[in-house]
Design a protein around this ligand. Sequence first.
Ligand code: PMP
Length: 404
Amino acid sequence: MTWKPDEIRRLFPAFVNGGAGVYLDNAATTQVPDCVLDAVGGFERGGRANIRRGLYPLSLQATEAFEEARAAVGRYLGAADPREIVFTSGATAAINLVAHAFGDTLGPGDEVAISEAEHHSNIVPWQMLRERRGVGLKILPVDARGRPDPDRLEAAITARCRLIAVTHCSNVTGAVTDVAPIAARARQVGALLLLDGAQMAAHGPLDAAALGADFYVISGHKMFGPTGVGALWAGRDILQRMPPFLGGGEMIRAVTFEHTDYAPPPQRFEAGTPPVAQAIGLGAAATWLMDQDWDAAGRHEARLTRGLLEGVRDLEDARVIGPLENENRIGVVSIAVDGVHSHDICHILGERGIAVRGGHHCAQPLMERLGLEATTRASLALYTTDSETAAFLDALGDAIRILR
Ligand code: PMP
């Protein structure tokens, strides 16, 4: 089947109203379809209630909707049991949860390994763990195109390694990490593997366990869901072994001043009132995503990505940062222009109604490794059209001519 982005766009009010313009900043946040807005609106307008505690029908319905959303997110990530899903406020919060709940069981002599390709949200929590617990932090280098280098696993991931935390897909280069050798190395040294799926999750359902991951984190607002919500997937046995991170209501079984018995997971990790409406919206997004024809959507995105890679190659002074080949990558294309700052490019494009991102993309160590201060990044989604990428390439060419 051919993919028809125009039909998909009709499901997104931001495109129907024209408010989003030419929107190529999907790696930062995606737009939201009606079915997600309806799910959130239905909960809020229908009379909302807090979950779990109430015994009246509205509260029972809210609890049921929240748990159905958990099950939908679980199906999207290939979970064996909905209780493997913990709702968080986003991917950052999910990584911090692991850095505390799992990380605080580590100490001097233990190591955590991350890669040079990480978003700051998968760097800083581990540095903070190093400060707190004296845990060693090792860095897996990337290759010249910015992909974690499978040939350099042995030095970075030693017998002391307890956790490897790497991105499933870079928000700067679009490179999909070759997870299999990293997962194999994790098993060899007895380390757990966390994959940061913030970027990958917008590109179709996946099976986190089959990838070899022990933890998988996602972000609602990057997969057509609401802001302020995300999720952590982890196997039941791992969640059961982990102590809580945040303390408060809902994560307990019984509390006295002397002692607290914690609730079983996932509630153990969901202290306080969770983002109920947002979680319901994320569940709707996961359900909608599961209904899409991913073969066709993937081919469409790959074709547009190829057009961008070729189009940039034809522009003088511009080069693609990241994989040049159109394999094992998503439609996140970073571009450097010699002698021109990406903010100036983004400004000119912005004036033409084209939304792209410029800067270090919260990945300063990767930028330093690649010898760059900033790039201009165009990022696609399943609703991106040929005319959007064409408008981008045109405007980029003009901006370069103006600024050089
Ligand atoms: N990891 C990656 C690869 C990202 O691109 C982002 C968002 N830019 C995050 C983590 C953080 O996600 P969130 O906004 O949900 O905290």
